[in-house]
Design a protein around this ligand. Structure first.
Ligand SMILES: Nc1ncnc2c1ncn2[C@@H]1O[C@H](COP(=O)(O)OP(=O)(O)OP(=O)(O)O)[C@@H](O)[C@H]1O
Ligand SMILES: [Mg+2]
Length: 212
């Protein structure tokens, strides 16, 4: 039997309320039914153990935890997600669409919590080898707008209780990563209305598909 071509790995990034989940759902709806197997997932989470870890990470009742603890719990969930879901899906040729991935660790724990990119990179190299997303959508919004949207949606989770400066550091880290690797990252203005953002996503998607 011929070995299937490796799938593609597409991630959706940005601070709280940037529109990741909204746009992931819209793009998924658009590309479902093309015959391409899709595997749609999220982080932290995506596996039963990972979802339990997500619960801990987002539970406001947990309060503060050491930044190192937070980073390691996220990578524990990620290791599970990679081994149980993402790697097998890519190997069988599926296209994986993931709501947040390791860029979020660089943004939130590396920059937001000020652990530094080096610490995150060590875990990334160890657990992922050379696996990196093929395409990263970065939805960019000012922290104030993103938090307003997130808070309007309901109760604040543990991360959403951080201050604006924390999210501005995370935002700046996303933008810097995108600037450093323009071949894999696409920054989209997330402050426009949902339809305009979806049109920008479609545009990037068509351009990216055409270059495969
Ligand atoms: N472009 C937009 N304009 C206005 N509101 C939006 C836009 N995109 C999403 N929203 C709304 O803002 C809220 C947050 O959007 P969404 O859940 O997609 O963001 P997110 O990036 O996934 O946030 P989180 O990081 O908290 O999961 C939702 O209530 C959504 O309906
Ligand atoms: Mg979301």
């Amino acid at each position: 039997m011929p070995v299937p071509a490796r799938g593609r790995f597409i991630t959706f990034e940005g601070i709280e309320g940037a529109g990741k989940s909204t746009q992931l759902e819209r793009l998924t709806d658009r590309i479902r039914g093309t015959g391409q197997e899709l595997f749609v997932t999220r982080e932290p989470g995506g596996t039963p153990l990972g979802e339990r870890l997500r619960g801990l990470l987002l539970d406001p009742a947990i309060g503060t935890m050491a930044a190192e603890t937070e980073l390691l719990l996220i990578f524990a969930a990620r290791a599970e997600h990679l081994r149980a879901c993402i790697e097998p899906a890519l190997t069988r040729g599926a296209w994986v669409l993931c709501d947040r991935f390791t860029d979020a660790s660089f943004a939130y724990q590396g920059a937001g919590r000020r652990l530094g990119a080096d610490k995150v990179a060590v875990l990334e190299d160890w657990l992922q080898g050379d696996l990196r997303p093929d395409l990263v959508f970065v939805f960019d919004v000012p922290a104030r707008l993103g938090l307003e949207r997130a808070v309007n949606r309901g109760k604040r989770d543990r991360m959403e209780s951080e201050d604006l400066a924390f999210f501005e550091r995370a935002r700046a880290a996303y933008l810097e990563r995108a600037r450093e690797q323009p071949q894999r990252y696409r920054v989209i203005d997330g402050s426009a209305d949902v339809e305009a953002v979806a049109a920008a996503v479609d545009c990037v998607w068509s351009e990216w598909l055409a270059r495969l």
